[in-house]
Design a protein around this ligand. Structure first.
Ligand code: LLP
Length: 438
C-alpha cells in the first residue's frame, strides 16, 4: 500500500519502493497519472473474505461494485479471488462476461435498464435486480420472448439513511429513485407469483443504503428490516440477501500532515468493525440464505494515488492558490461532494514553512478544486510533484474529457518491481475520433 516512512528523504512509499523513485523511472512522467498498489487491493479483498468467513455458519460472498473502478486489470485479480461483480449497465455486464465471470456471479442492478441490457442479462443468465413494477414488466416480456427464466432479486428501499452522508450519496431515503419501498412490495410479489417458475425465479432481496457510510448502526437496522422478507413458503427459491456496499474509508488518516486542527473527524469503521456489526442481526437469518456484501470504495479507494505537478502559485485576495496539472476531470469528488482527498508532497516533511493553499486545477470552472486550505510548503514551485490520495474509487470511472483533457495513464509495479501500464494516456486524436464519421 501507500504509506510514509517518516525520517527518510523520500518518505512516501508504494509497497517496497519510494514513489519518488517510481516517478524517476518514467522517462518523462506524463502527469497527471494514477499509480496503483495491487498489494493493497489484494489485501482489502483478503480482509473482507477473512471477515466474512468469521460469520460462519452464515455463508457469504463478496461482490465488487464495478462502477467504482472497472479497469480490467482489477477484474482479473477479483476473478482469481472468486469475487462476484455487481454491474449497472450493459457495458459493465459485457465487460464482466468477456472477462470470464460466470453469469451466476454477476448481478445487474439499475433503476433504468435498456431493452438490450435486459435481453443480454436474461439470455446470459445474469442475476437481475427488479427495481420497480415497470422494470419487472419489461423483464417478464423479455423472458417470454427469449423463452428463458429470469433470475431476479428485488431491490428494496428500507427507508434508512445516514445523516452524515452527502445528499448525493444517499440511496435509501423515502423518496430515493432506487428500488421499491419496503412497504410497497405487494404488486411486485403478485406479478412474480403469477409467473413464478415459468418466466421468473425470485432468488432474494437487495438493498444499498448509500455511500461513504460511517455509521454501522443503520446497516444493522437494515439487516433487521430485511430478514422478515424471506417468506420461503411463498417463494421457495429465496436464498440470497444482498446488503449492498457503502462503507466509508478513512480519507483523513494523514490529514495532520497538512492541517493544524483535525478534530472535526468522525471515527471511520474498519472492514472488521463493519462485518462484526452485522453478525448479531444475522443470527436470525434462515440457514438456507446466503449473504452478499457488495462494496466498491472500501475495496479499491486506498489502492491508488494521483500524481500531479505544480504549475505555479498565485495570490488572489486573501487566498494563496496552488495551481496543479490535475483537476476535476481526473478527480471530481471534491467538486461534486466537497469530498476530502489528502494532498501532500512526496518529499520529506521539510522544514520549509507551511502555509494554507487552495489546491486548484486548470479547468475553466470555479468548482474545479482538489482541496481547500491545505498546509503545504510555501516553497512549492512549478515542476514539483504532489500526491492526491485514495483516488481508486469513483475517480477514473467518473473522469471526463472536459476542456479537451485526455484521460490519464494508469500504472502499477508488478511483483518484479517492473512498471506495468494499466491504461494508456489518451491522445488528442483519441478524443476527436468519434466526431469524424466515415
Ligand atoms: N451497491 C450498489 C447498488 C450501489 O449503488 C453502490 C454504489 C455500491 C454497491 C457500492 O458502494 P460503495 O461501497 O462504493 O460505497 N460517486 C460517489 C459514490 C456513488 C456510489 C453509487 N453506488 C462518490 O464518489 O462518493
Amino acid at each position: 500500500g501507500f504509506y510514509y516512512k517518516e525520517g527518510y528523504d523520500d518518505p512516501l512509499c508504494i509497497d517496497q519502493t519510494s514513489v519518488k523513485q517510481f516517478i524517476e523511472r518514467l522517462s518523462s512522467p506524463p502527469t497527471p497519472f494514477l499509480l496503483y498498489s495491487f498489494e493493497q487491493f489484494r489485501h482489502n479483498i483478503d480482509t473482507y473474505q477473512q471477515e466474512l468467513k468469521n460469520l460462519a455458519p452464515i455463508r457469504s460472498r463478496l461482490s465488487y461494485s464495478m462502477k467504482a473502478n472497472y479497469n480490467p486489470h482489477l477484474l482479473s485479480i477479483l476473478k482469481s479471488a472468486k469475487v462476484m461483480l455487481t454491474t449497472v449497465s450493459g457495458g459493465e455486464m459485457q465487460l464482466a462476461l468477456s472477462n470470464g465471470f460466470e453469469p451466476s456471479s454477476i448481478i445487474y442492478n439499475g433503476n433504468g435498464k435498456t431493452d438490450e441490457s435486459i435481453e443480454m442479462a436474461i439470455d446470459a443468465g445474469v442475476l437481475l435486480n427488479v427495481d420497480s413494477l415497470f422494470d419487472l414488466e419489461i423483464i417478464l416480456e423479455y423472458a417470454r420472448q427469449l423463452n428463458k427464466i429470469a433470475n431476479v432479486l428485488i431491490r428494496v428501499n428500507p427507508n434508512l439513511s445516514d445523516t452524515n452522508v452527502h445528499a448525493y450519496n444517499t440511496t435509501a431515503s423515502k423518496t430515493s429513485k432506487f428500488g421499491t419501498n419496503i412497504d410497497e412490495l405487494e404488486p411486485i410479489y403478485n406479478l412474480i407469483e403469477e409467473n413464478h417458475d415459468k418466466w421468473i425465479r425470485l432468488y432474494g432481496f437487495h438493498c444499498h443504503l448509500g455511500s461513504t457510510i460511517s455509521n454501522t448502526q443503520i446497516i444493522t437496522e437494515c439487516v433487521q428490516k430485511l430478514i422478515p422478507l424471506f417468506d420461503i413458503k411463498r417463494f421457495p427459491h429465496l436464498r440470497l440477501l444482498n446488503i449492498g456496499g457503502g462503507l466509508n474509508i478513512d480519507y483523513k488518516r494523514y490529514a495532520q500532515r497538512t492541517k493544524n486542527d483535525n478534530n472535526d473527524d468522525i471515527k471511520i469503521p474498519t472492514i472488521e468493525d463493519y462485518i462484526q456489526s452485522i453478525k448479531e442481526p444475522l443470527q436470525l437469518l434462515p440457514n438456507t440464505i446466503e449473504l452478499i456484501v457488495e462494496p466498491g470504495r472500501s475495496l479499491i479507494a486506498n489502492s491508488c494515488i494521483l500524481i500531479t505537478r505544480v504549475l505555479g502559485q498565485k495570490s488572489t485576495g486573501s487566498i494563496q492558490q496552488l495551481v496543479v496539472d490535475a483537476s476535476m476531470t481526473e478527480c471530481i469528488r471534491p467538486a461534486l461532494y466537497q469530498a476530502y482527498h489528502h494532498i501532500d508532497t512526496i518529499n520529506s516533511l521539510s522544514t520549509d514553512e507551511r502555509i494554507p493553499f487552495d489546491v486548484v486545477g486548470p479547468v475553466c470552472e470555479s468548482g474545479d478544486f482538489l482541496g481547500k486550505q491545505r498546509c503545504l510548503p510555501n516553497t512549492l514551485k512549478r515542476g514539483d510533484f504532489l500526491a492526491i490520495f485514495d483516488v481508486g474509487a469513483y475517480c477514473s470511472s467518473m473522469s471526463s474529457n472536459y476542456n479537451m483533457r485526455p484521460r490519464p495513464a494508469e500504472y502499477t509495479l508488478d511483483e518484479h518491481e517492473h512498471i506495468k501500464v494499466l491504461k494508456k494516456r489518451e491522445t488528442n486524436e483519441d478524443l476527436l475520433r468519434s466526431f469524424y464519421v466515415e
